[in-house]
Design a protein around this ligand. Structure first.
Ligand code: PLP
Length: 383
């Protein structure tokens, strides 16, 4: 069981603030009470602030990030639509799978491990066929690769394709402004850089994309994951569609209030500072981040472990230092570890992790104790 003092550094869910936790422990509230309605309305406004979305539509409903992905696909795409999907890791591949399950003809661009998509290559591919949409992942949590959203959204627009971005591991920690991005759908989940519990999905949708959903040739084949059906509820959350996960929504509201209080740009800066220092500290220990320089995310870091020691290092971090890291994905289970450094993770947490890694590695690889902490500490002073 996770203890109060344990540090959750997996790439979501993440450590919650005491205020967010406290909200979830309150007596059960009615989902039709004015208190819930007011909090939900306010969450929609705060979500607009979080996404930088003053022009498009904003959605928020119960479900994990995958529900957001599938709602975007199922609402926008029709059978036989041709789609281009960029795979910068496992979650890019998940987007491909969802589109295929719903009958789209999907072409893929699979980037070499650790590299973001090359916008020129994407442009060329988009010009080679009539694509209805371009699917891409802002930050792929499996590889910690961050794509250049603006370039990809522009490439899609220039070629008459809708740009659909999975920012489950981006928003709240990595810069993104929906109003200026030019994407048609950006979606996320509550449990990563927003620092709320899992269970809510949030989407920003352009007017053009929503109009395409309303004017499809064929009906949307879903009751729940149908954004056209959700729209009246977003306009007036008093209308009943399904019972929301009340506690999750109220906790999310508190987390969004905390983001507004910090200020989104300050939050992006803090995440960038922590990530830079962490990367420098890991490299001082010869632990190479999986993402190349220029493709690294400010929210999550996958790094190679020496001699397939992922399991052992993960276990020692937990048993001796009360810190949780995640293993690498799929084939990288034994050779990578992944760190989620978003939401409420602090400079002190980063130094503690680097210190613990030094002590573990010092026993076998003879790394110099203090080296990673010494490297990272000056870089953290502005955090
Ligand atoms: C980039 C990315 N997309 C989508 C998902 C799926 O979200 P969920 O697990 O909340 O369904 C995740 C989850 O880790 C993710 O990291």
């Amino acid at each position: 069981m996770i203890d109060e003092d344990e540090l959750l550094l997996i790439p979501g869910p993440t450590t919650l603030s005491s205020r967010v936790r406290e909200v979830m422990a309150r007596p059960q509230q009615s989902h039709v009470a004015p208190e819930f309605y007011n909090a939900f309305k306010d969450s929609l406004e705060l979500s607009r602030y979080l996404f930088g979305n003053s022009k498009g539509l904003q959605f928020l409903f119960t479900g994990s990030g995958t529900i957001g992905m599938e709602s975007a696909i199922i609402s926008l795409l029709e059978q036989e639509d041709r789609i281009l999907s960029i795979e910068t890791g496992y979650f890019g591949h998940r987007f491909t799978m969802i589109a295929e399950i719903h009958g789209a003809k999907v072409d893929t661009i699979v980037t070499p491990l650790g590299q973001k998509a090359d916008p020129d290559l994407v442009r060329k591919k988009l010009q080679s066929n009539k694509y209805k949409a371009l699917l891409f992942t802002h930050v792929d949590t499996s590889t910690s690769v961050m794509n250049d959203n603006s370039e990809l959204a522009r490439a899609a627009r220039d070629n008459g394709a809708f740009a659909v971005c999975d920012s489950v591991c981006g928003i709240g920690g990595a810069p993104l402004v929906f109003d200026t991005l030019g994407a048609d759908i950006v979606l996320t989940g509550s449990q990563k850089a927003i620092a709320a519990p899992p269970g809510a999905t949030l989407l920003a949708v352009s007017k053009e994309a929503f109009s395409a959903m309303e004017n499809r040739k064929t009906p949307i084949h879903s009751y729940y994951m149908n954004l056209v059906r959700w729209k009246p509820i977003m306009d007036d959350p008093k209308i009943y569609l399904t019972t929301p996960a009340v506690q999750v929504m109220l906790a999310l509201h508190e987390a969004l209030v905390e983001i507004k209080r910090e200020g989104i740009e300050n939050r992006w800066k803090r995440h960038a500072t922590l990530a830079n220092a962490l990367h420098a500290g890991l490299e001082a220990l010869d632990l190479k981040p999986a993402a190349e320089v220029g493709s690294r995310a400010p929210t999550v870091t996958a790094f190679y472990t020496p001699q397939g020691r992922s399991a052992e290092i993960q276990e020692t971090l937990r048993s001796q230092y009360a810190m949780h890291l995640a293993r690498g994905f799929g084939d990288y289970k034994d050779t990578m570890l992944r760190i989620g450094h978003f939401g409420n993770i602090s400079a002190t947490d980063i130094l503690s992790l680097l210190g613990a890694l030094e002590l573990i590695l010092n026993k076998s690889s003879k790394v110099s104790p203090g080296k990673a902490v010494e490297t990272a500490e000056p870089l953290l002073r502005s955090a």
